[in-house]
Design a protein around this ligand. Structure first.
Ligand code: PPS
Ligand code: ADP
Length: 631
């Protein structure tokens, strides 16, 4: 175990053999779930310590830390190894995923230490997404807790099929078999519900070391492996998933005219020179010419290997494409049912576009429907209009272009995705694709002979969307009306979509929650698009308070077609005007979610026009819009 003893009497060949073993020995990634109180940090600290993975300087730091902070009378406190940051220590919780490395003669290990605090489900998901085994810690005195269910659920959601149930603190229950047995029976029931196929339960005292490295004499009734034996021997290989060869292209390697290689890591199956392949989503076919690696060409490459393929034909392939077995290709779709764990500080709002990253591909995506959210403590489905931080939802997703994919159960690489906020670039969700929605393939674009250009030409104008945004009472309707009247007078074909009016008909089912506003704007943007397709100049006058939806609206149109007009009126001025008496009501608490009072307005950052209604009269501002349009 640990580093080889490189003393002079160690034969050189033994060292070579050791290094060889070390090079080729397998890697197991696991996560630990449970709280600091359950003894999680002690367990990992001790595993690391006893496998001699610690460097000397870490050790001496540990000893002095133990004297300062330790809770164990100057003895080494293993928990301090993991609760690395002092801020975390002060809170008494571990707040981030800490990755640790250690090795024994048999295996190398990467352990993701996942915090047990209620709020940090997202950290656990981060660790779980790459792990093969979850070590779930339970305090023998407390038994299974809500967090045990939650952690196990998230582990199963992210594809972990092997659980080591560590029933810790057995010393505090007198190594009583009955206590252990009851906890294990309860857990097996839970595991069956969650579809966790393999559970090994170990009666443990992480603190005293019982059944940690070796089996303990204190549990004569237990004949299973110690924690370390289990970790060293568990076969957590996923086995062939049955899907064919898949290579998500990471980059195209084209050093000169003669060489064109497609580099990536084999996500599933294996490949040989001469194999028939198909490139998706384009559907173009060829055969593998060579499998190139830094160490020379290969005759065969399998899952997990990083390679560069060259093909027999010149195909146009770019990053994000998937090269696949032509006889067993993946499905391609743009609509999915998916589970998502929400990690954003702002709630998930259906209809809002996010970036979706799957494999090596990034596309725009939105949630069309949250079917339900799932209580992570009980796995019960609950009705939901949005998802908050740490909530799990089952959703329908719509992508702006079709992507090749696999069900997550078959491939973590081609079935797992993350969502990224388009403003902040923060990762806001981790998700698993379940299946493609059939309707995607059944709806086709109807070709229209008379197109937008033809319709606009006959009207003698260019279609435009003038998008007026601003607070209630800022002056959107007043200015839009003036612009409309003048354009009409000049013979242009126009139409006004006004929030107050559209909300009486098409959108009468919507209120003023964030999610209803997102849907409100999505629908009106689609209507504006139809009107622009009809060749009209459309004036849209909605508060449209969120940048993300204004951007979504903009992206529906050709460059230059969408003109954002920010009616810039300070809240105090709009409130002073209070044309409809709504501000007074909102201030009196009779109207909830009122923009500017208890619902946000996100000021445009790059509007084509910014109109200051304090310094300029409405007529003047309307003329500026006309001048911009007719310029
Ligand atoms: N809670 C709350 N917040 C904001 N506005 C409210 C609210 N309740 C009713 N109203 C009236 O609805 C009009 C705004 O509707 P919009 O469709 O433009 O709003 S949004 O774009 O979906 O935010 C808005 O019209 P304008 O004053 O013309 O902007 C209000 O008259
Ligand atoms: N410069 C200005 N531009 C637009 N409206 C103004 C201006 N100055 C005062 N107002 C008044 O402010 C009010 C704006 O109301 P409205 O146009 O209904 O706003 P919104 O449609 O944004 O809710 C009107 O009563 C209008 O006469």
């Amino acid at each position: 175990m640990g580093a080889p003893t490189t003393t002079s009497e160690t034969a050189a060949s033994e060292v070579a053999a050791y290094l060889q073993r070390h090079e080729t020995k397998g890697l197991l990634r696991f996560i630990t779930c449970g709280s600091v109180d359950d003894g999680k940090s002690t367990l990992i600290g001790r595993l690391l310590f006893e496998s001699r993975a610690l460097f000397d300087d870490q050790l001496s730091a540990l000893e002095s830390d133990s004297r300062r902070h330790g809770t164990r009378n100057g003895e080494i406190d293993y928990a301090l190894l993991l609760d690395g940051l002092s801020a975390e220590r002060e809170q008494g919780i571990t707040i981030d995923v800490a990755y640790r490395f250690f090795s024994t003669d048999k295996r190398k290990f990467i352990v993701a230490d996942c915090p047990g605090h209620e709020q940090y489900t997202r950290n656990m998901a981060t660790g779980a997404s790459t792990a093969d085994v979850a070590v779930v810690l339970v305090d023998a005195r407390k038994g299974l807790l809500a967090q045990t269910r939650r952690h196990s659920y998230i582990a199963s959601l992210l594809g972990i099929r092997h659980v080591l149930l560590a029933v810790n603190k057995m010393d505090l229950v007198g190594f009583d078999f009955a206590v252990f047995d009851e906890i294990v029976a309860g857990y097996r029931e839970l595991a069956a519900q969650l579809g966790i196929a393999h559970v090994q339960a170990v009666p443990l005292s992480a603190l005293q070391g019982d059944n940690l490295m070796q089996r303990s004499a204190n549990t004569p009734w237990y004949d299973g492996p110690s924690v370390l034996e289990y970790l060293e021997n568990v076969d957590a290989t996923r086995g062939a998933s049955g899907i064919g060869f898949r290579l998500p292209v990471q980059w195209v390697n084209r050093p000169d005219q003669d060489f064109r290689g497609f580099a990536g890591t084999v996500a599933a199956g294996s490949v040989k020179p001469g194999d028939d392949i198909v490139v998706l989503p384009s559907g173009r076919r060829s055969k593998v010419a060579r499998i190139v690696t830094a160490g020379g060409d290969l005759d065969l490459a399998g899952e997990g290997q990083a390679v560069t393929l060259t093909l027999q034909d010149e195909l146009d392939i770019s990053r994000g494409d998937v090269i696949a077995d032509a006889h067993k290709p993946p499905q391609v779709s743009d609509q999915f049912a998916a589970h998502m764990l929400w990690m954003g500080d702002q709630a998930l709002l259906p209809g809002r576009p996010y970036w979706l990253k799957i494999g090596t591909r990034t596309v725009s995506a939105s949630v069309t429907e949250i079917k339900h959210k799932i209580d992570v403590n009980t796995q019960e489905p609950l009705a939901a209009k949005h998802l908050e931080l740490n909530e799990v939802g089952y959703c329908n997703l719509y992508l702006d272009q079709p992507v090749p994919f696999e069900a997550y159960a078959d491939s973590r690489t081609l079935g797992g995705f993350i969502l990224i906020d388009r403003q902040s670039n923060a990762t806001v969700a981790a998700g698993t694709l379940e299946f493609a929605l059939r309707r995607a393939g059944n709806i086709h674009w109807q070709h229209l002979d008379v197109d937008k250009t033809a319709r606009a030409r006959i009207k003698g104008q260019k279609p435009r969307v003038l998008w007026f945004t601003g607070l209630s009472g800022s002056g959107k309707s007043t200015i839009a009306n003036l612009v409309d009247k003048r354009l009409h007078g000049l013979g242009y074909h126009t139409f006004i979509l006004d929030g107050d009016n559209v909300r009486h008909g098409l959108n009468k089912d919507l209120g003023f929650t964030d999610e209803d506003r997102v849907e409100n704007i999505r629908r009106v943007a689609e209507v504006a698009k139809l009107m622009a397709d009809a060749g009209l100049i459309v004036l849209v006058s909605f508060i449209s308070p969120f940048r993300a939806e204004r951007r979504m609206a903009r992206e529906l149109f050709a460059p230059g077609e969408f003109v954002e007009v920010f009616i810039d009126t300070p809240l105090a001025v709009a409130e002073e005007r209070d044309v409809k008496g709504l501000y007074a009501k909102a201030r009196a608490g009779q109207l909830r979610n009122f923009t500017g009072i208890d619902s946000p307005y996100e000021i445009p950052e790059a509007a084509e026009l910014q109109l200051d209604t304090v310094s300029d009269p409405a007529e003047h501002l309307a003329q500026r819009v006309i001048d911009f349009l007719l310029d």
